[in-house]
Design a protein around this ligand. Sequence first.
Ligand code: KIV
Ligand code: ZN
Length: 524
Amino acid sequence: MTQTDKDRVLIFDTTLRDGEQSPGATMTHEEKLEIAGLLDEMGVDIIEAGFPIASEGDFNAVSAIAKQAQNAVICGLSRANYKDIDRCWEAVKHAKRPRIHTFIGTSPLHRAIPNLTKEEMAERIHDCVTHARNLCDNVQWSSMDATRTEWDFLKRTIDIAIKAGATTINIPDTVGYTAPVESADLIRRLIAEVDGADEVVFATHCHNDLGMATANSLAAVAGGARQIECTINGLGERAGNTALEEVVMAMKVRHDIMPWHTGVDTTKIMNVSRRVATVSGFQVQYNKAIVGKNAFAHESGIHQDGMLKNAETFEIMRPEDVGLSETNIVMGKHSGRAALRSKLKNLGYDLADNQLNDVFVRFKALADRKKEVFDDDLVALMRDSAVEAVNDRLQVKFLRVICGTEAPQSADLTMNVDGADHQVTATGDGPVDATFKAIKKIFPHEVNLQLFQVHAVTEGTDAQATVSVRLEEDGRIATGQAADTDTVVASAKAYVTALNRLLVRREKSAPGADVKGVSYKDVG
Ligand code: KIV
Ligand code: ZN
């Protein structure tokens, strides 16, 4: 089958905007730049880099990403008002290819929030899109909650946006309410009935509340949409957004019935997925399509036997198509620096000599405790190395816990705070509780522990545990992750990492930095 431009589907990645809205998924400035760089390299067409008016931090991240991007269009989000749009333009204008994205909720429920009549809203859309178009020749309009908007009014909003100069029309399923047949029909009907539909690109933006985001996005493409909005690992508020890796691989693997193509280099998927999981603190579920740990694992005897005879027996795509190295060469304590460098390179980490030295020391320490070091162990190790960089105020130096069948358990902890070592003993209900109490004794603080999660990185009793901790203080949220063969040590390090991040955030949130009344929550 020949591919024409009409079959090209644009990939709009919103990991850094809709994905980052997910409570607890907040990323640092450097992390956002790194993820944007990876997305650009992998061939994503449009990167929605943030919501510039939301905070100084968002503005700075969007403008830095705009300056850095080589190929992708860099887009910022703005509500439908001039102040938001101007701020968005200030941030994206540095990009080689900038885009302003502006939106308003058009469904009855969403119209009630700003308390606008249909007439008033129609006028607002006309004015805002015109204003955005006067600043930038690439403007995306979204009728938020489109799938619950009355047909006549939805069509009217799109008509107005196109006439005012929008170049992309996005039809969001903001609350994950639609279903595939309806999703395809809606786009098909809009394209057939709206004046000027041929002049613009129709986009689909689906949330996964009913688990249908991928199906709904692909159905929208069948209906004529040529831009899919999605996130890596399906990150996003509530049940998340459409997962980039799922729609891209679906079109590739089932090209026979979905004859569309994207510009994404699929062999980069695994690395980006790992990095997003690490920096967002949102682990990928084991059985997640494409990027889950078990997506290419064949456990049962029948499956393994079939796989050995012919991989296609149970595999519809090859692991290397998504960037999983075919050979999982296991590393151990005899592996040298060169082997570690090449292994890490395969896993997507290109290290400078000094970084490699540091990681090599940690690798040797791990290999001494663990007979075999698997790919996942190395990814966990790299995550810890990155985490160390922010451990500037608090560091765990020594931890010994006494546990047994009789409560209470106790923890001896030495922690370095701002350069000075402090030692305490604390008791608690279990070793982790005792350890967290010891941290609090050394560094008193009042935060809410929102999440405490333990995952075994690999199999076996010597497996490392990855612990994720999420802390909240006055609406600020920070996550920490750490891995160790000792679960309690990993817990202490993860907690301290989250605490360090929270302290950084507390220091950075200068009064007035957050624009009043602007909340990510407003935008679904
Ligand atoms: O879900 C949604 O409607 C959004 C819009 C801002 C596009 O994220
Ligand atoms: Zn959304």
